[in-house]
Design a binder for this molecule. Structure first.
Ligand code: PMH
Length: 399
């Protein structure tokens, strides 16, 4: 595939929107029709590109999108996303006016916050709120029924607030042992029972719970990692109800190749020494792109064969020991498939001793993202934007 003309560097990530669409479609088929799906597109859609991900997920049947911060929500609105948007994290009370104006739903978990937020609003405003319950994650949320009731009352007595939802988040949904999840679920159900009236949206499931635990659905789910075609953990991977298609792949091209004789040194510290005659290739990606120094020794795929990264990874470049004599310009795949070979996100995560979630997030914005639709590079098109509106119309029951 030819790279696009908007960037001038031979390293790029491909975001396969066809696979994203298929993952969302399969998730939608897996859950009952009346359960709404929020596509979690925080952190630039886990590094995949928030606008393109949001539009594709909405087109495939997601009801709305969820982000971590108000800034992320505002940037999606600015890009023309018209669906419901929920901010899952904390927002400063002084910033709530903007959320009300842009019809962005916020998360609340303290009465003091409501008192401060109310000062920013007028009678004409309607700020949509979801109450976050901390049922055992220990992050944010109300922990007692007493606090919850105070918040419910405070929202009900102020006309500028509208209680739109209530939710919680599981700490161990990606583990096969469900004991702690069931304990959290029980606490959440007790909290729900204490309410005078249930709000329109009740949600608790992340990807792992959405794929494995129908008893956590209530009437909405919040799906991130599985939409991107990645398993929430190695433990639940054998249990997934349908195959997930990876969305993110990472590629580069050889910018220099040379045949070196035995005993030549490679990169900072001169830590690698060629054993015998060896072809060495250089690719323009380094730790400033999120291709961290600890990936030294990791394989890439070139000429459809695996080849190791040799010597220290530099800020903008690294070297590989080539399997064949190759000329500059050959494609190098760092994550994804080339020929019969594949390097998965999970392989890179394992090499870095972390989880797959972290990898696309740390591939820096210096690496351009190319969006593929029907196998071809695509811009955010008017067609996609109009289907964003269609997705809204398919959901006439939006409160
Ligand atoms: N809901 C909330 C509140 C979340 O924080 C996340 C992910 C999701 C839903 C989606 O989870 P999934 O990607 O497993 O489907 N949050 C995080 C996090 O804070 N760190 O890693 C994932």
């Amino acid at each position: 595939m030819e790279t696009q003309t908007q960037f001038f560097r031979d390293t790029w990530a491909e975001i396969n929107l066809d696979n994203l669409y298929e993952n969302v479609t399969n998730i939608r088929k897996h859950i009952p029709q009346d359960v709404r799906m929020f596509a979690v597109v925080k952190a630039n859609a886990y590094g995949h590109g928030d606008v393109q991900t949001a539009l594709t997920a909405l087109e495939a049947g997601a009801h709305g999108v969820a982000v971590a911060f108000l800034d992320e929500a505002l940037s999606l609105r600015k890009a023309g996303i018209q669906s419901p948007i929920l901010v899952l994290g904390a927002t400063r009370p002084k910033d709530v006016k903007m959320a009300a104006e842009q019809q962005i739903s916020l998360t609340t978990f303290s009465q003091e916050w409501l008192v401060e937020a109310e000062k920013q609003l007028t009678k004409e405003d309607s700020l949509h709120l979801h109450i976050k319950c901390d049922t055992g994650m220990g992050r944010i949320g109300v922990r007692t029924i007493k606090e919850l009731k105070e918040i419910e009352k405070c929202i009900a007595t102020h006309s500028s607030f509208e209680l739109e939802g209530i939710f919680t988040h599981y700490a161990t949904a990606d583990e096969l042992n469900d004991a702690y999840l069931e304990q959290q679920l029980k606490v959440f159900e007790e909290m729900l029972q204490s309410l005078d009236e249930l709000p329109p949206y009740i949600h608790s499931s992340n990807s792992a719970a959405t794929l494995r635990k129908p008893n956590t659905y209530f009437n909405a789910v919040r799906v991130g990692i599985s939409m991107y075609g990645l398993s929430p953990s190695a433990e639940v991977k054998p249990e997934l109800p349908f195959p997930l298609r990876p969305v993110f792949s990472l590629h580069s091209r050889l910018i220099s190749t040379k045949e070196l004789s035995a005993g030549e040194k490679i990169s900072y510290g001169a830590t690698y020494e060629t054993g015998e005659k060896e072809w060495i290739g250089t690719i323009p990606i380094g730790y400033a792109d999120g291709w961290l120094r600890r990936l030294q020794g990791q394989h890439v795929i070139v000429n459809s064969k695996r080849a190791p990264i040799v010597g220290r990874i530099c800020m903008d470049q690294c070297m590989i020991s080539l399997p064949d004599p190759l000329t500059p310009g050959s494609k190098v795949t760092l994550i994804g498939k080339q020929g019969q070979e594949e390097i998965t996100m999970d392989e890179i995560a394992q090499k870095l001793d972390t989880i797959n979630y972290e990898i696309p997030c740390i591939i820096s914005t210096r690496v351009p993202r190319i969006y593929l639709r029907n196998g071809e590079p695509t811009e955010v098109s008017n067609k996609l934007l109009s289907s964003n509106i269609d997705a809204e119309n398919r959901n006439p029951q939006i409160p």
